[in-house]
Design a protein around this ligand. Structure first.
Ligand SMILES: NC(=O)c1ccc[n+]([C@@H]2O[C@H](COP(=O)([O-])OP(=O)(O)OC[C@H]3O[C@@H](n4cnc5c(N)ncnc54)[C@H](OP(=O)(O)O)[C@@H]3O)[C@@H](O)[C@H]2O)c1
Length: 337
């Protein structure tokens, strides 16, 4: 059975292609002509992986890529928290899903779509832990990214009601070995921390995120193809913790000193504005932009009990996950301790 993976050159998509190949599937990886495909195995006689070039906003290129594929994993998205041209979030993240749904309807050969949504599509959870039944209030959004993923999530659920065999998976904040793209935000933050560019905790520890190891998330995607129900959402999240807890666990693992200062969020926001200014001048996208601080002022804690029960999802805890990524970052020469 041939499967299409959009966003195959990304952090998640690359690991997903590897996982699907390990499960014995033939994979077609949808990538852009400009994509860095170095994280994908080189296609060969032994590796049933082929590349299909196109852009998710270019319908004909998507249709050509879908030809002969019975399952589509739609993971492509722009995931930055800020972009100089904010219209890209809607055109790629919403327009891309609309194109996948159109291809399903017009081609008649696709049997299942696994759509990678996000915890952001459920909205914040200030003071409690949410499950899949939470719908985003849509009253306010921290970022255009959050807005685009919420709109797309609603479109996917609506399509399922109209009979499209689509299953929605919502990863938490993903981290792990693999591409250091905009999506691998925790790895990028650890690189800043261990290279001395982040001299303290981010904020006062009141933030809360659900951290998922990328390989647990890819396994969750494979299970969603095998067992996921049409129109159901599955949170592929993990341990709920603050960035302060992440830094403390990282310090314990590496036998390095814990931070002793908290950088107030208003300072980080100011730094974010400077980074945005720097980006406008140089074109280099910032790691920290003001919307990152808007995220940090909320809590995003979720339960993945449904995925554990129905998809046999087995998330590792943060300590196990960090014990995997930190030595990998060191081995890759990205951090020293
Ligand atoms: N990272 C997280 O913490 C997280 C959490 C929850 C949900 N998600 C979701 O997981 C999915 C994968 O994210 P990721 O972390 O792997 O991000 P990523 O590393 O930035 O990968 C994004 C992928 O989308 C592709 N893409 C972007 N615009 C495209 C376009 N116009 N046409 C075709 N492909 C395009 C990128 O291609 P190029 O290589 O050419 O740029 C890349 O392959 C996304 O849907 C994201 O919303 C991520």
């Amino acid at each position: 059975m041939k499967l299409l993976v959009t966003g195959a050159s990304g952090f998640l998509g690359g690991r997903l292609c590897h996982a699907l190949l390990r499960h014995g599937h033939s994979v077609r990886a949808f990538v852009r002509p400009t994509s860095d495909v170095s994280s994908l195995p080189p296609p060969s006689d032994d590796v049933p992986l082929e590349l299909a070039y196109g852009d998710i906003t270019d319908y004909p290129s998507l249709v050509a890529a879908c030809s002969g594929c019975r399952v589509v994993f739609h993971a492509a998205a722009v995931v930055e928290s800020w972009l100089p041209d904010s219209s890209q979030f809607i055109s790629v993240n919403v327009g891309g899903l609309k194109n996948v749904l159109r291809a399903y309807k017009e081609m008649g050969t696709i049997e299942k779509i696994i759509y990678t949504s996000s915890f952001f599509a459920l909205g914040s959870t200030d003071g409690y832990t949410a499950d899949e039944s939470q719908m985003h209030s849509t009253k306010s959004f921290c970022t255009e990214y959050e807005k685009s993923k919420t709109i797309a999530d609603n479109i996917a659920l609506e399509a399922a009601k109209q009979g499209v065999p689509i299953t929605v998976v919502c990863p938490g904040v993903m981290y792990g070995p693999g591409k250091i793209s905009a999506g691998n935000i925790l790895a990028r933050t650890l690189i800043e921390r261990f290279n001395g560019r982040l001299p303290g905790y981010i904020g006062d520890g009141n933030d809360r995120f659900s951290f998922s190891h990328v390989d647990d998330v890819t396994n969750g995607h494979v299970s969603a193809m095998e067992k996921g129900q049409q129109g159901q959402r599955y949170l592929l999240t993990g341990e709920n913790a603050s960035f302060m807890q992440v830094f403390d666990i990282a310090a314990d693992i590496t036998n390095t000193k814990r931070s002793w200062i908290n950088i107030p969020l208003f300072v980080i926001e100011f730094y974010g504005w400077l980074s945005v200014l720097f980006c406008i001048i140089t074109g280099k996208l910032p790691l920290i932009s003001p919307p990152v601080v808007y995220y940090l002022r909320h809590q995003w804690a979720y339960s993945c009990e449904k995925a554990k029960r129905e998809l046999n999802y087995k998330p590792r805890n943060l300590t196990e996950g960090l014990e995997d990524i930190i030595p990998w970052l060191k081995k890759s020469g990205l951090i020293k301790y």
